[in-house]
Structures are given as C-alpha cells and as structure tokens.
Design a protein around this ligand. Structure first.
Ligand code: ZN
Length: 198
C-alpha cells in the first residue's frame, strides 16, 4: 500500500492511495507533538491554519506533523479517524477504496469561529465541515446574540478577536468521543517538501 500527497480537487493537497485498500484497513497514524488545549490556543490564536487533532480526554491535542494531516474532509468519506486505547489516532478505511482514490474522512469541526465551507462535492454534502452539533451550537449562539442586540444589551460588546483556528470533532460511534481539531492548510508547499524529505 502506498500513500502519496498530491494536489486535490477538494482542497489544495490531499492524500491518495496508489493501491486498492480493503475496508477496515488501518492506514496511517495521526502523529505530532501533544499539547494541552491551552498551549495550542496560545500557539495558534493568531494563525489562520492549524492541524490540531483533539483527543477524547478533552484536554490533549495533537499538533499534526505527519502525512495524515493532508487527508481532506468529505461529507461522504472513505475513511474514519479513531482513537485507540492508548490515545493514538488512526485513520482507517470504512469501505473498500480503489487505487488512485483520494482518502477522506469527516472532520466534524468544532470549537471554531468563522465559516468552514465544504467543497467535497458529495451528493449529500452538508455545506460545512463543522459537525452537526457544532452547527446547532453556532446557530443557537447567533440567535442569542441577535436577541441581545435587539434589546440593546449587546451594543457595547467589543468585537471578539477573530480566531481563525478551527477545531474539529470526530465522534466515535460508541462510548468515547474522539475529538478532531484541525483547520485549513498553511504553507502547503513547504509541508509537502518536508514530507517528501522525510
Ligand atoms: Zn461536504
């Protein structure tokens, strides 16, 4: 099995397989330095792009520095991200994947500010990379703000600094929650050359 990074129709660069992959195959680990959430916030407060993947403990994030960080989001993905019992994140195939296909999983972004439109092209694309729960949350807080403004109570609020960092959540199907935090791409070419040099 060979995974390669090349330009993607979905977004910038993506991760492709050069050989067919059977459903259930564990493909690649999402690795990088582990930080606590506060530290990650400090580091990425002002940065537009991040590759943060939050673990189920709700405290730790992986600052992606690996091939897996290039895997794009899709609303109809062929892979999923799962956290194992040792708090390691693995990307696995959820269906048979043909050679030359791009690998994708559902980012389920959360904790973000700003829009994260999805261009995955899936038939039932939900139009955003945020999770449904996060969409709901953002919708509710937007209506709350609207209510406040109507009553004049919100007028004096300073606009919050725009945090472009995006966080994503992947929910494991069962008991534990896998939280996946990541954002858009930065310095893609640099990253690609770094991976190629590895
Ligand atoms: Zn989509």
């Amino acid at each position: 099995m060979g995974l390669i990074i090349r330009s993607s129709a979905i977004h910038a660069a993506g991760c492709y397989t050069t050989a067919p992959i059977a459903k259930g195959t564990r493909l690649i680990e999402y690795t990088g330095p582990r930080l606590n959430k506060e530290r990650a916030d400090e580091l990425y407060e002002m940065k537009p792009y991040t590759y943060l993947f939050g673990l189920g403990d709700g405290e730790t994030v992986i600052d992606g520095h690996c091939m897996a960080m290039f895997i794009n989001h899709s609303c109809n993905p062929n892979c999923e991200a799962e956290e194992d019992e040792n708090a390691r994140i693995w990307i696995s195939a959820i269906r048979d994947i043909a050679a030359e296909e791009e690998l994708t999983y559902d980012y389920q972004l959360y904790d973000g500010e700003g829009e994260e439109p999805c261009f995955c092209g899936a038939r039932h694309c939900r139009g955003t990379m945020y999770s449904r729960e996060e969409e709901q949350k953002q919708y509710s807080s937007a209506s709350a703000r609207l209510q406040k403004n109507k009553s004049g109570a919100g007028k004096k609020q300073n606009p919050a600094p725009r945090r472009q960092r995006v966080a994503a959540g992947i929910e494991k199907r069962e008991e534990t929650q896998n939280i996946h935090r990541r954002g858009r791409r930065r310095h893609m070419e640099e990253n690609i050359s770094a991976s190629a040099a590895d």
